[in-house]
Design a protein around this ligand. Structure first.
Ligand SMILES: Nc1ncnc2c1ncn2[C@@H]1O[C@H](COP(=O)(O)OP(=O)(O)O)[C@@H](O)[C@H]1O
Ligand SMILES: [Mg+2]
Length: 269
């Protein structure tokens, strides 16, 4: 399959369908204690529904990565709940969370987190194999995911033989392989040129349109414009939420002339 055309689609209809894939309930995360205490999150509530892509924006240190690691079960909340597909992950135990993560959650780390001793294809296949998919099938899926990212030629390269952009796309392929219902991505476009970045966003968007729920941290209004909603964090709290029309007006903010009228398709460029 070739990369989809990089034009943001029209915003999807307002009311989400079904039960949320991800629910954060009054989530807090405090690091350290006493005078060293840092309130990384101060009571975040957020629901993300099937088909929805939510962008998280905010200054450095506002809690974006913390929000994502908690949502992905990679760190424990100080208080509050993370509910994935109706299950409070605190009730699952360590093994249960690991299984849920492998099966349902695709996670793109800010620093990729590829395993250095494994090739691109092996990195993508590993979580699938751990989840019981045959080696052969996992390899086939990995190659298909690499082809989708236009990375077929680096399938058998190790991470230190790839550029930063290639590593990032392999990390994204690993997160998208195998019908994950929840895709969490921490600045997935950080190391990508704008054309590849748009193409990656198009893939994320497509995955959400097919029924996954996505949460993506980004600094770029132009990427946030692909989301259905933008959540703004400041000092560990949600300070604003807008629909994509808000992201469009973000885009238009620097531009002269007419801002996008509400409901207009795509992003002003
Ligand atoms: N392991 C940690 N120990 C102490 N403080 C931390 C730790 N992780 C994050 N923080 C602090 O929590 C706040 C939020 O961090 P983070 O979620 O990484 O923000 P962002 O991704 O928005 O830049 C920051 O003040 C950061 O310094
Ligand atoms: Mg961060």
């Amino acid at each position: 399959m070739s990369l989809p055309a990089a034009t943001p689609p029209p915003p999807s209809p307002g009311t989400p369908a079904g039960d949320p894939v991800l629910e954060l309930r009054a989530l807090t995360r405090t690091h350290g204690s006493g005078i060293a205490e840092v309130h990384a999150l101060r009571g975040i509530s957020l629901s993300v529904y099937p088909g929805e892509l939510v962008a998280v924006m905010g200054p450095s240190g506002s809690g974006k990565s913390t929000l994502l690691t908690l949502a992905g079960g990679l760190d424990n909340a100080t208080s509050g709940q993370v509910v994935i597909e109706g299950q409070d992950i605190a009730s699952l135990g360590r093994k249960g969370v690991a299984a849920l993560r492998r099966r349902s959650v695709g996670y793109v780390f800010q620093d990729y987190n590829l395993i250095p001793a494994l090739t691109a294809a092996e990195n993508i296949a590993l979580p699938r194999e751990l989840d019981g998919v045959s080696v052969r099938k996992a390899r086939k899926e990995a190659l298909a995911a690499l082809a989708e990212m236009k990375l077929t030629e680096i399938a058998d390269r190790f991470p230190d033989e790839m550029s930063g952009g290639q590593q990032q796309r392999v990390a994204i392929a690993r997160a998208l392989v195998g019908d994950r219902r929840l895709v969490l991505a921490d600045e997935p476009t950080g190391a990508l040129d704008s054309e590849t970045g748009e193409a990656v966003l198009a893939l994320l968007r497509t995955r959400c349109d097919q029924g996954a729920a996505g949460v993506m941290v980004t600094h770029e209004p132009r990427y946030a414009a692909w989301a259905d909603r933008v959540v703004f964090l400041r000092d560990g709290s949600i300070v604003d939420q807008t629909l994509t029309t808000g992201a469009e007006s973000l885009l238009a903010a620097g531009a002269t002339g007419a801002a996008g009228t509400s409901g207009s398709a795509g992003a002003a460029k």
